[in-house]
Design a protein around this ligand. Structure first.
Ligand code: MLT
Length: 410
C-alpha cells in the first residue's frame, strides 16, 4: 500500500494564485463580453519584455551551445562562477560575502520552500501575518504544522501580526522561535524595514540561536537610500541569516527563471547531539543532489543584468513599475481608501471600503471594474480587510485601472 504525505491533506483550498485564476476563469466563461476588458493586477508577474542586454547575452549563449568547441552540458549545480562573481561584485560589495556563498537557482519560490530540507522537524517557526503563502504551505507539506482553523491559521506556527499600527513590521516575539521568515520590501504589504528594526531582529536571532530566512526578492524597488537592501548590511547577520534574491522582478525573469540564495559560511545550526554545524555545506549538498543548476543561457542573461546596458535597462523597468505604483496609490487615496506600500515596492496594500471583506472586494473589482486584485485574506488572517494591487503592468493598463477605481469606488 503506497502511503501519501498526509500533510498535503492539511493544505487549505488551492494555492492562492491558482485559486484566483480559477475564479477569474469561471468569470470569463460566464461573462465573455466582460472578459475582453479584464485587467490583471493580481499575481505579481512582470509584463515588460526582457531587457535587450539579457536577450543578447542569451542569444549569444545559445549560439555557444551550437558549436562543439563551446558546447556545455551539465554546469556547476551551485551556479557558474561568472554569475556568482557578478552577483557579489554588484550586490554585495563591501558586505563580506564571497562568490562561493552564493547559490544560483531557478527561483526564490523554490529556494524558500526547498530550504526546509536542511532544517530539522522540531523547530519553532515564525512567519509574519499577512505573508507570502509559500512559506506557510511548504512548512505544512514538510509536516512542521498541525491542522488549520477556519481562517487558515495553522497550529504550531508562530504568527507575527503585521498591522497598520506597527507599520507592517512585526514586533520581536516574546517567546523563543528557531526560524523566522522576514521579507522586505514586503510581499504583500509593500512595507520596508528600517536598519534599526532589522538590527533588533539580528540581535534577537543571535540571542536565541535562531535563523532569519530573509527574502529580499523586491530589493531592486527600494527608492529610499536609508532603507537596507540586504540583511548583511546589519552587523552580526552573517552568523544568523541567509538571504534569498531573484532576477524575476528586476530583470523580468519570471518566465526564464533565475534566482540565488546567499548562505554565509559562518551561519550555523545545531545537530541532534547539540553540536554546531555550518549550513553552507548542507545546502551545497542538497543542491548537488536534487538540482542540476539553472541553464547556461539563462545564467548568461542574468549576468547581463549587471552589464552597463543591463543596469540602465533594468533601472528603466523599475522606474516604469514604480510610476505605476504611484498612480495606483493616488487613485486609491482619491476614493478615500487607506493606502500603504507602493513607495519602495511594486505592491500597493489598500484597506477595503466599509462593509466589504477582502474576498468581497475581490468580487466587486472583478464583477464591476473587471480588474483582478489579490484579496488580503489570501495572505493570512491579518490580511483580512485589505487587498493588494500589483503595479506590474503596462502604463496604459494601469491608467485604465485607475479610471475604473474612481468609477467603481468614487
Ligand atoms: C505574488 O504575486 O505574490 C508573486 O508573484 C508570487 C511569486 O513571486 O511567486
Amino acid at each position: 500500500m503506497a502511503r501519501i504525505n498526509d500533510n498535503f491533506l492539511k493544505l487549505k483550498a488551492g494555492y492562492l494564485f491558482p485559486e484566483i485564476a480559477r475564479r477569474v476563469n469561471a468569470f470569463n466563461e460566464a461573462h465573455p463580453e466582460a472578459a475582453v476588458r479584464l485587467i490583471r493586477c493580481g499575481i505579481g508577474d512582470v509584463t515588460e519584455p526582457l531587457p535587450e542586454a539579457c536577450r543578447e547575452a542569451m542569444h549569444a549563449a545559445v549560439d555557444e551551445l551550437g558549436h562543439a568547441d563551446t558546447f556545455k552540458g551539465y554546469g556547476p549545480e551551485q551556479g557558474y562562477a561568472f554569475l556568482r562573481e557578478a552577483i557579489v561584485e554588484n550586490q554585495y560589495a563591501g558586505l563580506g560575502i564571497s562568490a562561493d556563498e552564493v547559490f544560483v537557482s531557478d527561483g526564490s519560490k523554490c529556494d524558500t520552500g526547498n530550504i526546509l530540507d536542511i532544517f530539522g522537524r522540531d523547530n519553532v517557526i515564525a512567519i509574519t501575518d499577512p505573508v507570502y503563502p509559500v512559506y506557510v504551505d511548504t512548512n505544512v507539506m514538510a509536516g512542521n504544522t498541525g491542522e488549520a482553523d477556519e481562517k487558515g491559521t495553522y497550529a504550531g506556527l508562530v504568527y507575527l501580526p503585521c498591522t497598520a499600527e506597527n507599520d507592517f513590521v512585526p514586533a520581536i516575539p516574546e517567546r523563543q522561535v528557531d526560524l523566522v521568515y522576514l521579507c522586505y520590501p514586503n510581499n504583500p504589504t509593500g512595507a520596508t524595514a528600517t536598519r534599526e528594526q532589522l538590527a533588533d531582529w539580528v540581535a534577537y536571532a543571535r540571542a536565541n540561536r535562531a535563523i532569519i530566512l530573509y527574502d529580499a526578492a523586491y530589493e531592486a524597488f527600494i527608492q529610499d537610500p536609508a532603507i537596507p537592501r540586504s540583511i548583511f548590511e546589519i552587523e552580526g547577520a552573517h552568523e544568523c541569516a541567509m538571504e534569498f534574491r531573484s532576477f524575476s522582478k528586476n530583470g523580468g525573469f519570471t518566465g526564464t527563471r533565475c534566482a540565488y540564495t546567499v548562505i554565509p559560511k559562518t551561519l550555523k545550526g545545531y545537530a541532534a547531539d547539540g553540536s554546531e554545524r555550518a549550513l553552507h555545506p548542507l545546502w551545497s549538498r542538497r543542491h548537488s543532489t536534487k538540482f542540476n543548476g539553472a541553464s547556461y543561457p539563462v545564467q548568461k542573461g542574468a549576468a547581463a543584468v549587471f552589464s552597463e546596458e543591463g543596469k540602465k535597462q533594468v533601472a528603466a523597468l523599475i522606474d516604469g513599475y514604480m510610476g505605476n505604483a504611484a498612480l495606483l496609490r493616488e487613485a486609491c487615496a482619491r476614493v478615500g481608501l487607506p493606502v500603504f506600500g507602493g513607495r519602495n515596492a511594486p505592491y500597493v496594500w489598500v484597506g477595503c471600503p466599509e462593509g466589504l471583506d477582502s474576498w468581497g472586494m475581490f468580487d466587486k473589482m472583478l464583477n464591476e471594474a473587471n480588474v483582478v486584485i489579490t484579496p488580503g485574506a489570501g495572505f493570512g488572517a491579518a490580511g483580512e480587510g485589505y487587498f493588494r494591487i500589483s503595479a506590474f503592468n503596462t502604463r496604459e493598463k494601469v491608467e485604465e485601472v485607475c479610471r475604473r477605481i474612481l468609477e467603481t469606488l468614487g
